[in-house]
Design a protein around this ligand. Structure first.
Ligand code: GCO
Length: 273
């Protein structure tokens, strides 16, 4: 038997849940790192289509311009921020520019990432460092600047870190990437431990094998392609837009009591032996 007070609250909550605004991001500003193409652009498009103002980021001005044009042609509000997320000075400077521009980042998607496929015994320290800096340290640097401002504004916020299947399982030849993505899972929880009390929700998405530029070489490799199709219960590669719903959910008030989680969108690969 639900105790009366909970019953009443549940009734009210039930009514609220019907409100269409649950996934509405109007009035919010979202920074998506590494968003001039691939998964990053798909996240930007998804959040824009639910009302968020978008700040695209990348290190290639041309690609950033064309990504911004693609979104503004659809009538979405979009800004560009050309900076290297693994460079601390550049990150601090970028947020100072946001402050001057009056851009209050209340949704951050830490998506920027690179891949490098090489056996560990052949890996150079600078190669290892480059992947860890771009895929893990960058999430710390950018989130630190964003969270400091979210806490100061005292209006809460959303941080979405992009993990991977390799946040859970390893595959030969991608050790630095795997280590970084494992770190992303635990960094998400560390951020939750410190920032959840400020009404900031920090969660992660773990994409499976998605059909992106980063995976073109794997998709063109007949043996690997058939391994992915055979190993994935859905029997196919995922499409970047198939991450959209999860990103909007984690960016919206629908996830206001969800914190420190990683949601795998992988066609069931991690669920089945
Ligand atoms: C690889 C791939 C993977 C995917 C993805 C899987 O070399 O195995 O690049 O890392 O990109 O991260 O979740």
């Amino acid at each position: 038997m639900i105790c009366p007070s909970v019953a009443v609250n549940w009734k009210i909550a039930e009514r609220d849940m019907k409100m269409p605004g649950l996934f509405d991001l109007t009035g919010s500003t979202a920074l998506i790192t590494g968003s001039s193409r691939g998964l990053g652009f798909a996240f930007a498009h998804a959040l824009a289509s639910h009302g968020a103002k978008i700040v695209l980021n990348g290190v290639n001005a041309e690609r950033l311009d064309s990504a911004a044009a693609a979104l503004s042609e659809k009538g979405y509000a979009v800004e560009k921020a050309l900076f290297d997320v693994s460079d601390e000075k550049a990150v601090v400077e970028a947020f100072k520019v946001f402050d001057v521009q009056g851009l209050a980042i209340d949704i951050l998607v830490n998506n920027a990432g690179i891949q490098l496929r090489k056996p560990l015994v052949d890996l150079e320290l600078h190669e290892w460092q480059k992947v860890l800096d771009t895929n893990l340290t960058s999430a710390f640097l950018v989130a630190k600047e964003a969270a400091k401002r979210m806490i100061a504004r005292n209006k809460g916020g959303k941080i979405i870190n992009i993990g991977s299947l390799t946040s859970e399982c390893a595959r030969a030849t991608v050790a630095p990437y795997t280590t970084a993505k494992g770190g992303i899972k635990m960094l998400t929880r560390a951020m939750t431990a410190e920032w959840a009390k400020h009404n900031i929700q920090i969660n992660a998405i773990g994409p499976g094998y998605m059909a992106t530029d980063m995976n073109t070489a794997l998709m063109n490799d007949v043996k690997f392609d058939s391994w992915v199709k055979g190993r994935t219960p859905s029997g196919r590669w995922g499409l970047p837009d198939e991450l959209a719903g999860t990103a909007v959910y984690l960016a919206s008030k629908a996830s206001n009591y969800v914190n420190g989680q990683i949601i795998y969108v992988d066609g069931g690969m991690l669920a089945v032996l």
